[in-house]
Design a protein around this ligand. Structure first.
Ligand code: NAP
Ligand code: F7E
Length: 346
């Protein structure tokens, strides 16, 4: 029988943290789940996956290196999955310095603490497709040059290179997953997919609100978070630490997401007008369901990229199992259930 492994997950209260905790518990890991101290514990995602009882919760802020060092010393993790941080690109335009402190320098602090305290720990770094930003080709691979277009993307690129540097300079087993957008019924309401499914579900259940969005023509390569955490784990089981693109390989616009979610909720949406004057109407009644508000536009956006997952397929034997249509349906079904039960979520 192999010895039980210990994994430390930062950001365990977030979307990916919850799915990863459930995956590692199922694989018989001792899971230490870390999140920032708050007056109220933020456990609904872990509770939704029924794993609160199976993990050990610890307080950790990646801004405090002494806190990070102490926890590494105490729990002696075999693997660290660093998922904690300010994860909203939109917010990074309002809080660029805080964002960079947490997801840029925060990663450097973690790498340095691992190097000093327990250098044989394997580290997963949550990199992002936002590092690419503006590129000449729309299908990107691990070798595509980066030109980020948001403070979030710039900070993630700093962390990405810090990981490569610690691998080369100190031989740490540190790997970055360059993940494209991944969503689920546990996604935060700040992100466009969940904002759409939660609002349309409420409307379908009798609510009177209007779904107010930014640019409807922006497109993303969207996949399912449950699939993507499996790739994170596989990356740390390799013989050698390497970086991998994890994506669905398909893109859809925000407009297509709204249409698909509307269909799944029983709302047939037709469009009228242009730009900030565009509206989405219910075909049957003519009632306005969707509007555009310039306050949701960003100062700059990445190109509409698609991830090339050839390397992940070949080396990790990983590929997504949930299609775009199924993902939308899954999110709408869960938000319809919450709307019917009068639950307020995230
Ligand atoms: P999420 O739902 O927003 O979760 C992030 C978690 O980080 C939160 O639960 C928060 O927990 C924690 N956190 C925030 N600031 C922290 C700090 N200073 N120290 C420690 N923990 C902190 O995000 P996610 O979607 O699960 O994403 C996980 C990671 O992957 C993030 O780094 C994100 O940037 C990256 N990523 C996500 C995607 C995606 O599409 N989901 C794609 C590429 C990369 P508390 O508030 O409870 O402390
Ligand atoms: O925006 C447009 C918005 O905030 C997607 C994070 O997980 O993935 C995520 O970042 C698109 C953008 O995700 C609204 O302008 C229109 O073009 O859901 P989002 P994101 O910025 O792509 C990357 C890979 C990460 O690493 C991040 O952690 O949708 N959009 N109207 C809107 N976006 C939001 N949030 N709200 C709107 O009303």
């Amino acid at each position: 029988m192999t010895a039980q492994k210990t994994a430390l997950i930062t950001g365990v209260t977030g979307q990916d943290g919850a799915y990863l905790a459930a995956l590692l518990v199922a694989k018989n890991y001792r899971v230490i789940g870390a999140s920032r101290r708050a007056s109220t514990l933020n456990l609904p995602r872990l509770a939704a996956l029924d794993v609160v009882k199976d993990i050990e919760l610890r307080t950790l802020d990646v801004l405090d290196p002494t806190n990070v060092a102490r926890i590494i010393e105490e729990v002696a993790p075999d693997e660290i999955y660093n998922l904690g941080g300010q994860s909203s690109v939109q917010t990074s335009f309002q809080q660029p310095i805080y964002t960079s402190e947490v997801i840029g320098l925060g990663v450097l602090r973690l790498l340095e603490m691992v190097r000093l305290v327990k250098p044989d720990t394997r580290i997963y770094n949550a990199s992002s497709s936002e590092i690419f930003g503006h590129v000449d080709t729309l299908m990107v691979s691990e070798d595509t040059p980066c030109q980020p277009r948001s403070p979030y993307g710039v900070a993630k690129l700093y962390a990405h290179w810090a990981v490569i540097n610690y691998r080369e300079a100190y031989d740490l087993f540190a790997a970055s997953g360059i993940l494209f957008n991944h969503e689920s019924p546990l996604r935060g309401m700040d992100f466009v997919t969940r904002k759409i499914t939660a609002t349309l579900a409420q409307i379908a259940c009798g609510g009177q609100q209007i779904l107010s969005l930014g640019n409807l023509d922006n497109a993303r390569d969207w996949g399912f978070a449950g699939d993507y955490v499996e790739a994170m784990w596989r990356m740390l089981q390799q013989d050698k630490a390497e970086d991998f693109i994890i994506a669905s390989g398909h893109k859809h616009s925000v407009r297509q997401f709204v249409e698909q979610a509307g269909q799944a909720a029983g709302l047939d949406i037709v469009w009228q007008g242009e730009g900030v004057n565009e509206v989405g109407l219910e075909r049957k009644t003519g009632r306005q369901l969707v509007g555009v508000d310039a306050k949701f536009y960003r100062p700059s956006e990445p190109d509409a990229l698609i991830g090339d997952i050839t390397k992940a397929k070949n080396q990790l034997q990983w590929q997504p199992t949930v299609s775009f249509d199924r993902l939308v349906e899954m999110m709408i079904d869960e938000d319809m259930r919450r709307a019917r039960d009068g639950q307020v979520w995230f």
